[in-house]
Design a protein around this ligand. Structure first.
Ligand code: GAL
Length: 696
């Protein structure tokens, strides 16, 4: 095992070339740590003359690390068992000479055409039985032992060949597990699913009970009758579907583990990661199950051009990733310098947006900013995706922004290793995401992320920093815990929320929370099941609203999507419906429980109403923003050993003046009173203090 803090790798190890006996350390390995800056580097798409140009430009931009060989399997193993690593050795040698560290991929995300031809049974199958063909990427079944053997063999061969290479600082296993092949319904998967279920339930009676198979004549009498939830004439069993999601996530994880363990056996001191996909459209992998399996948590994040609040979604995703890292620094492995190529309309980034996006990730705990990809491809499905070196070359806005970012990250080197300080915890749960959005539910208008994002946006606008935590997290130290749509909740997780409130904290819980147990069975006796007593309410019936219909509350807010026939059982009404199907019925309540307060929101408040409520809850709990700034200015603090780093990101069209003393690191100016951050710009203030000082 590498000696690393859980979920983290010392920044020095990943940000610069690994010091090699007898050789000077790479540029980024200087004392004090540094932030990683670089990209996926795909030299196989270019000639060696271009490689030389690449190295020169990487030096010009201040690149410290690149990820190599992510999609190189077909070149690394051109025929079964015949490896050709010489081109890669030349690439790694060149990078090392240039002082650039390598995050070396195992290349196993996409098998070569010969592999799919020789082993067609490894191709994934959709829920309606269609086999997916090669020709794109990730065309493999996560349960295929043939795929796993071949992938692990390649990873081992790479480790034997390059394990001692001085440029190697990090292993990058596969790529975005489950991006395209999260669920496979083939016969191999069916057998693996049954094995997984046997391990989970032991016997068929337990499975029948958990899946509620007394319903619709679904009782199983023999394990061979149990199948993946393939396309069926009517709604499929919801617990079967849930278990299939859990199983699929575990199968991918086993693929990762197989390669990781093979690498670790050969290079025990090289840290290992795989890039997660925490962003708004990626719900197939429950990363709470993965977080402890990597030596450093890394993430890929892309902006959704159609989302007017994409910068807030970025902040949320980054906070989730920090939660996965247990609060330790993590690494942004991919984002884009400008447009992507896979949305309906791929908008270029606006002036300043690249720097704002990159530094927003750094503000929230990333020890660097990496991209997809170094040089924009001239061929292939991603030729219209932005890169650090655009098609038009270096006399471009993108290249100038890249060089500027490289300089900024060098100046921010002291930030490496520091930790974000947060005021509030938000409980986030992939299983609730899956089950809130399952078939046959009360209203298709209820979206899990919609509710999570609505509350998060209000917290972001209120200027408080949020730690995103799993349902089973210990919440005792928290003053405010936000629980949006925690539909599926275990007794243990529910107890944690009760504990924090009983001890004097506040919990803000939204509708559809506490409704089902981990088998997706309703908690009987009235909603919101697990939180009824804590909230002092009892809901007897859901009253979802017709599409587009709004209702008014007596506090002036409007709401949509959802209402409930709610009775007070000790709670006070904070606001009631003025109209709609339930006039006079409470929509927002508060309840004293132990020494604390349980707040309940039984409807989907509009943005203003959500904002008012969140600010009321924060004020009553005594939580105030990190700094009083106009709305749209993002302030996040990272606390180091001997300094506090205050990131001020101005997303507005107007300059803002903030109180500041210490140093502004990006502009290298001393401050003794205040700083003006121009519209659209970022400032990072180094204040005296820190963990060893008085900065907390
Ligand atoms: C990621 C992927 C990269 C590239 C990028 C484009 O999902 O890991 O290989 O495809 O998206 O945005």
């Amino acid at each position: 095992m590498t000696e690393v803090p859980p979920g983290g790798v010392p920044a020095r190890r990943i940000a610069g070339a690994r010091p090699h006996p007898g050789e000077p350390p790479g540029r980024a390995a200087r004392p004090g740590g540094s932030l990683a800056f670089g990209a996926d580097y795909n030299p196989e798409q270019w000639s060696p003359e271009v490689w030389r140009e690449d190295l020169r430009l990487m030096g010009e931009a201040g690149v410290t690390m690149v990820t190599v060989a992510v999609f190189s399997w077909a070149l690394l193993e051109p025929a079964p068992g015949r490896y050709d690593f010489e081109w890669l050795a030349a690439v790694l040698d060149g990078l090392h000479e240039a002082g650039i560290a390598v995050d070396l991929a195992t290349g196993t995300a996409s098998p070569p055409p010969w592999f799919s031809r020789a082993h067609p049974e490894t191709l994934p199958v959709t829920e309606d039985g269609a086999r997916l063909w090669p020709g794109g990427r990730q065309a493999w079944c996560p349960s295929s032992p043939v795929y796993r053997r071949a992938a692990t063999a390649l990873a081992s061969a790479l480790a034997r060949r390059f394990g001692d290479h001085p440029a190697l600082v990090l292993w990058h296993v596969g790529n975005e597990y489950g991006c395209h092949n999260a669920h496979c319904y083939c016969d191999t998967s069916a057998a693996a699913f049954r094995a997984w279920l046997r391990a989970r339930y032991g016997d068929l009676d337990a499975l029948n009970d958990a899946w509620g198979t007394a319903f619709w004549s679904q009782r199983y009498g023999d394990w061979e009758e149990v199948l993946p939830p393939r396309a069926a004439p009517a709604f499929r069993n919801p617990t079967q579907r849930l278990d299939f999601r859990r199983f699929s996530c575990d199968e991918l994880l086993d693929c990762y583990r197989a390669e990781r363990d093979a690498l670790r056996a050969i290079t025990p001191d090289v840290p290992i990661t795989t890039n997660f996909m925490v962003q708004q459209f990626a719900r197939n992998v429950d990363y709470w199950r993965w977080a402890g399996e990597v030596d450093i948590v890394t993430n890929d994040h892309y902006m959704h051009a159609a989302d007017p609040d994409a910068h807030i979604e970025l902040a949320f995703s980054a906070d989730v990733v920090r939660g996965l890292a247990g609060g330790a620094p993590w690494l942004l492995m991919e984002h884009a310098t400008s447009a992507v190529n896979w949305q309906p309309r791929n908008l270029a980034k606006r002036p300043g947006e690249l720097l704002r996006n990159s530094l927003a990730h750094v503000a929230r705990g990333s020890d660097g900013a990496m991209f997809f990809q170094w040089r924009a491809s001239r061929a292939g499905a991603e030729k219209y995706h932005s890169a650090l070196v655009p098609h038009a070359g270096t006399d471009t806005k993108v290249w100038r922004d890249v060089v500027k970012l490289g300089t900024a990250l060098q100046r921010l080197a002291p930030v490496a290793g520091s930790r974000v300080v947060a005021d509030v915890a938000l409980v986030f749960d992939w299983e609730s995401w899956w089950t809130v959005e399952a078939d046959a539910r009360p209203s298709v208008d209820v979206g899990y992320l919609d509710q999570v994002h609505a509350l998060y946006r209000a917290l972001w606008r209120a200027g408080v920093t949020v730690d995103v935590v799993p349902p089973e997290a210990d919440l005792r130290e928290r003053r405010v815990v936000v629980v949006p749509a925690l539909h599926m909740v275990s007794d243990d997780a529910a107890a944690r929320v009760h504990d924090v409130v009983a001890a004097g904290g506040s919990a803000l819980i939204t509708f559809l929370s506490g409704i089902v147990d981990p088998n997706d069975h309703i908690r009987l006796g009235g909603y919101p099941g697990a939180f009824r007593d804590l909230l002092g309410v009892r809901v007897e019936e859901f009253f979802p609203l017709p599409a587009g219909r709004t209702v008014r509350l007596d506090d002036g807010a409007t709401a949509s999507v959802w209402t409930e026939l709610l009775h007070l059982r000790g709670a006070q009404a904070v606001a009631c419906y003025r109209d709609g199907p339930l006039p006079g019925v409470p929509a927002i309540t508060r309840n004293t429980f132990g020494d604390g307060t349980g707040w309940y929101v039984a409807t989907r408040l509009d943005d203003d109403g959500t904002q008012r409520l969140v600010e009321l809850v924060l004020a009553q709990a005594g939580v105030s923003p990190a700094m009083a700034v106009p709305r749209g200015v993002e302030v996040v603090r990272r606390v180091g050993d001997d300094a506090v780093y205050v990131f001020v990101i101005n997303h507005t069209d107007a300059a803002v003046e903030v109180p500041a003393r210490g140093m502004e690191l990006l502009r290298d100016v001393p401050l003794d009173d205040a700083l003006t951050v121009p519209a659209g710009e970022v400032a990072v203030i180094r204040e005296p203090g820190g963990r060893g000082g008085d900065g907390r």
